[in-house]
Design a protein around this ligand. Structure first.
Ligand code: 3EB
Length: 341
């Protein structure tokens, strides 16, 4: 067993989690209060994401496990746990409480919160021996709202860019896979992340312009993420697919047609999977063995989105449906995925 294979992901309902063993949990994300019943005394970081779970209206937990017993730690606002090569971390920043870090050019409360979050994430990583970022999840309240003359998602991109430059981090090329979704109004900016002491492979989608090369029509600073990353090689590869949408080149396709957007998004994920397999030496990655988080902007689209996904992946795939605003107003759905072969 390689070290990479010891990283495991599952989606649990709170009732399933009652009987769980927590000893090997590296970290978790709780959607819509999914950690409420977990009980006290758990040592791992939990990102609390204020986002409705669709389907049976349940709260859900995204659980990352690693071999051994992870060691907890904290640095600034970051809570983290380490096991072997892996580090999982989580932090939340309330915009109302954020004061600009020294040397910051942030103008808006969200820019300040984003700069703080990213600087603290980088500082925590540096203090932990500098494992490389593999995957970052960003949950941003009112992501599509215009304030201070700029959409908040674009403010987030500007501040992520600034913080990364300030901390000597890449803003293109070797950048982690990521997602950026809307969270409930009034909730804090919530960021969680996975890092590894083994360098990932950074994968781009041949059907899409790299997000970090998007033209300026999508905002003054491009989104600094890779379309996917892979840890390990061959049969031991673990794939992390960024939030993926109905974008070809840099343009949105099928505006107003959630079914067609879902199909196009799955074609994008399949293309990424093929590209990842090529890059990591014909690994055994398959669409059927990945786990998926599906973000749907309007719950009334859920039946058509679900129908498209089930016809592509079968009814046995591991899926978590969430209601979230997506980072372009003309996108109705976004899908992320992770898993091994
Ligand atoms: C896109 O292709 C879709 O800003 O970190 C997907 C994944 C998207 C991550 C991010 C944004 C991000 O532009 C949006």
């Amino acid at each position: 067993m390689s070290a990479v294979r010891s990283l495991r992901l599952e989606y649990l309902t709170p009732s399933e989690s009652h009987s769980e063993e927590w000893d090997d949990v590296l970290g978790a994300a709780a959607f819509d209060g999914g950690a409420r019943d977990l009980g006290a005394g758990l040592d791992f970081p939990i990102a609390h994401v204020h986002m409705p779970v669709l389907g049976d209206g349940r709260q859900m937990l995204e659980v990352w496990r690693a071999g051994g017993r992870p060691q907890p730690g904290s640095h600034g606002r970051v809570r983290y746990a380490r096991s072997g090569e892996f580090l999982f971390g989580s932090l939340a920043v309330h915009e109302s409480q954020a004061t600009p870090p020294a040397g910051s050019r942030a103008r808006t409360p969200l820019e300040i919160a984003t700069e703080l979050a990213y600087r603290e994430m980088y500082a925590a990583l540096a203090a932990a021996g500098d494992p490389q970022l593999v995957r970052v999840w960003n949950y941003i309240p009112d992501i599509n709202l215009d304030t201070h003359g700029l959409e908040r998602y674009r403010q987030f991109n500007a501040a992520r860019h600034e913080a990364s430059l300030a901390c000597g981090r890449a803003v293109a090329g070797n950048v982690p896979a990521a997602s950026a979704l809307g969270a409930a109004r009034g909730s804090p900016l919530t960021v969680y992340f996975l890092a590894s002491h083994r360098a990932p492979t950074f994968v781009e989608n041949p059907r899409q312009v790299s997000a970090y090369r998007y033209p300026s029509q999508y905002g003054p600073r491009s989104p600094a993420f890779s379309r996917a990353t892979v840890l390990g090689e061959g049969r031991d590869a673990t794939l992390f697919v960024s939030g993926t949408a109905s974008i070809v080149g840099h343009r949105t396709l099928h505006a107003g047609d959630p079914a067609a957007q879902t199909r196009e998004t799955l074609v994008n994920i399949e293309a990424l999977l093929q590209e990842a397999a090529r890059r990591c030496g014909s690994c055994s990655l398959r669409m059927e063995t990945l786990l998926y988080k599906v973000y749907v902007r309007d719950p009334k689209d859920l039946p058509v989105v679900k129908a498209e996904i089930e016809s592509a992946l079968g009814s046995g795939a591991a899926l978590l449906y969430l209601k979230a605003d997506v980072c372009r107003r003309d996108l109705a759905v976004e899908i992320e995925a992770a898993g091994g072969g």
